[in-house]
Structure formats: C-alpha cells, structure tokens
Ligand binder design. Structure first.
Ligand SMILES: O=C(O)c1cc(=O)[nH]c(=O)n1[C@@H]1O[C@H](COP(=O)(O)O)[C@@H](O)[C@H]1O
Length: 288
C-alpha cells in the first residue's frame, strides 16, 4: 500500500467525533429554494456552498452524480469544481455513482472515480455488486494501492429494494447479508496483509429506514477489527431519526457515516452552517 488507507482516514474522522455525511443533491426544487437556476451553474453554487458550510464539521460530503449528470458536460465541469473545493477543505468525498458492470467495464468506472489524477477523483464511490463481488477488482486495486474506499449497496433505504435484497442465494444468505459478508471478508484479508487497521476501507450501504435483522444482517458487536464502514442514508427526509442511530445500528455503528441530503439543503443557504452543526452534533451524541 502506497497511501494512508481510506479506513484509516475514516478512523481519524470518527476519533474527532465526526460521523455526518452531508449530501449534495441539487434537486430542481432545492435549487429554486436557494434562489438558483436549475442548471449546471446553480448545481455548482449549491455544491460549493454546502462544502464551505460542512468543512471541519462533517466527516464527508456525498455528491449524488445524477443531479450533475443531467446537465451533461457542463454538469461534470461543475462537479469537478465542487470536488476540488472539498479536497481543499479536507473533506472526504464519496462519489455517489452506484456503478456496476462486468469486470473490465467496471474497472473503467473505477478509474474515472478513484484513479489518482482523474478529473473526477473522489476518496470513495458507491457500487452495485449485483453482477458479483468479483467484478469489483478494478476498484479494489485502487483501494489497496491508492488509499481509496468503496461502499457496496447491501440493504438500501428504498422500499422497492426488498424483493431483490431479501432474495436468498444458493448459500442460504440474503443478497443483502451476502454483500455485508463479502465486504467484511475483504477487509479481514486486507488486515491480514497489513493493509487495514481499526476500520476497513470497504464498506456497505445500509438504509437507516430498515429493520436490518429482517435482512439477515447481524448488527451485533464484532469480535475483532477491522470495523465495517457503514454509509447510512434514510435519515431526515426519508423518515429515520438521526437520534435513533445507536439503536438502529447497534454493534456495527462504530464506523457509521449518517447521510442527510434534502433535510440539510432545504431551507436555503440561510442557516445552513447551523443546520449542519446541529445534525453533526446529533449523530455524534447518538453514537457516543
Ligand atoms: O447510496 C446512497 O447514497 C443511497 C442509498 C440508499 O439506500 N438510499 C439513498 O437514499 N441513497 C442516496 O442517499 C441520498 C438520500 O437523500 P435524502 O433522502 O435527501 O437525505 C440520495 O442521494 C440517495 O440517492
């Protein structure tokens, strides 16, 4: 490994009491509430405003790429500037791109979002491993060599996902539980090679809106590190309460990143810093 691992960088955020992931989701309605045009320049203003307000308070930001992609090349240029601001502010960036494909094509996605020097370089990306965990090799190479991270969709916050993620595989595990098991196994292997410390670099996405036990996901304390990073959307607008994070995630809440997007962005730029601080304090208290 040539860089500090993503898991180590997460561990430093958690040690500083930072568990909030502030989402950058420039919905048309939110841009209007901010008095911004529904175009690439508006998305850039919102993204850079959120980054400035979150610096030093949130652990990370998570731009949802679709809200930039809808403006084509101009949207990607806007996103590049938001990413540059986040890097300069010392915020970790999770590119919420939810990519997945056969291994060779997936590797190109991984290069786009994780290769050092790529115009869209982020610290971590969200991935869909429904073509098999083995297709993720291209990204896992960046995890090992360049200190990058992954968040694998496991049990997502939306109700429509249940029919797929609750399906039982030939090994008797639910699809959701198998994603968790595969991520933990990868982190354990990296630790055995000396490439992971207290927190792993491969995490999962688990919706805060869910009964995780119902998906066959064990939320009990693990007997040994590395801790599994958990990106948890579903707080705020989708109904889960950040104050309940401790009881929802139990023994796997140590490496939790609680995401809120619309609930932070709604209300416009006035009071944004205070809203982020309030959510950051609430998640820190919930996990203390
Ligand atoms: O991977 C994600 O970030 C994600 C996974 C999931 O299960 N549910 C989910 O809502 N998300 C994303 O998390 C954000 C949630 O936004 P809010 O509901 O506005 O807080 C959006 O960007 C979603 O695309």
């Amino acid at each position: 490994m040539t860089s500090r691992s993503f898991g180590d960088r997460l561990a430093a955020e958690f040690a500083a009491g930072r568990h909030l992931c502030a989402g950058i989701d420039p919905h048309a309605g939110l841009l209007e509430a901010w008095g911004l045009a529904d175009d690439a320049a508006g998305a850039e203003r919102m993204g850079r405003g959120l980054v400035a307000a979150a610096a030093g308070v949130a652990a990370c930001v998570k731009p949802q790429i679709a809200f930039f992609e809808r403006f084509g090349a101009a949207g990607f240029r806007a996103l590049e500037r938001v990413l540059a601001d986040a890097r300069a502010a010392g915020l970790l960036v999770i590119a919420d791109v939810k990519r997945g494909d056969i291994d060779s094509s997936f590797a190109a996605y991984a290069d786009a979002w994780l290769a050092p020097g790529s115009p869209l370089e982020a610290d971590a990306m969200t991935v869909a491993a429904y073509q098999g965990f083995g297709t993720l090799q291209g990204a896992l190479a960046h995890v090992r060599a360049h200190g990058k991270g992954l968040f694998v969709l496991a049990a997502t916050s939306n109700p429509e996902a249940r029919s797929v993620q609750l399906a039982v595989r030939s090994d008797g595990r639910s699809v959701a539980a198998a994603m968790v098991a595969d991520a933990e196994a990868w982190n354990r292997e990296a630790a055995a090679d000396g490439a992971a410390g207290a927190v792993g670099s491969v995490g999962v996405v688990l919706g805060a809106t869910l009964d995780l036990a119902g998906f066959g996901i064990d939320t009990g304390e693990r007997s040994a590190p590395p801790a599994l990073p958990v990106l948890a959307p579903g707080f705020g607008h989708q109904g889960a309460r950040i104050e309940d994070a401790g009881s929802i995630f139990g023994g796997i809440g140590h490496a939790l990143l609680a995401n809120e997007s619309r609930s932070i962005l709604a209300g416009g730029p006035e009071g944004l810093v205070e809203r982020i601080r309030e959510r950051a304090d609430a998640i820190a208290a919930a996990l203390a």
